[in-house]
Design a protein around this ligand. Sequence first.
Ligand code: NAD
Length: 256
Amino acid sequence: MRLQGKVALITGAGSGIGRATALRFAAEGAQSVAVDIADSVAETVAEVQAASGDAIAVHADVSAESDVAAAFSRAEQHYGGLDVAFNNAGIMLDDDTDAVATADDTIDRTFDVNVKGVLYGCKYAVEAMRRRGGGSIINTASFVASVGAATPQIAYTASKGAVLSLTRELAVVHARESIRVNALSPGPLRTELLMSFLDTPEKRQRRLVHVPMGRFGEAEEMASAALFLASDDASYMTGANLQVDGGLTAAYVTPE
Ligand code: NAD
């Protein structure tokens, strides 16, 4: 029960990492506000409640500042404060390729959700955590912020680099307010986001050859890492980039 008595807000909670984290946080005693633009967030909350957990659903588009403000305000009103913010919602658009071919509106939409969405989440989390006397913010970046891919999604990659740098700066600025800010960088996962993109065995194998562990990660493995960063187990950790990627970013030559 590492989050007993804590209130957590999780964006992108309707699917993948966010859904798995909402379930895990609830199992560890948290009261959670599950936020998503998609209706599936109601299913996540129903699953949490079916397992005797405590959560509410909020529909919000993280790229709209007023939606984010309303979601954080709901958390404080309903549960009396906020201890953990997991700014996890993100998109990777189909027509995001290289610098020459990627359309301007694809770049804008990607940055609106992946960068401004995270920044808004940090802004309202900091305000709520100041009222609480501290807290833990976790921003989902990606392994692509640290290594280049010859199969590019240039807007997505750049947006995740921005998540890492804004996380570091926020961590330093708010360190003496007991607000910790860390990034979680997942490796390639067996979630809907990536599997719908890697839709043939050949495409999947092209990626797996670069992962020392030789498999995709699971959303639940990211939830475990988010739990660590959210909990007091990570009490001396801020400004870090926790890479949970099967060894991908450590590798030059992988095992046969
Ligand atoms: P997913 O597509 O399964 O879930 C993402 C969720 O975010 C969805 O429920 C979606 O509705 C929601 N969302 C999208 N735009 C939103 C918006 N504007 N407002 C609110 N909610 C919005 O993906 P996932 O794999 O769980 O990804 C979660 C995070 O992890 C993302 O930031 C993604 O970039 C990152 N990530 C994923 C992988 C991977 O391999 N899946 C790898 C590295 C990083």
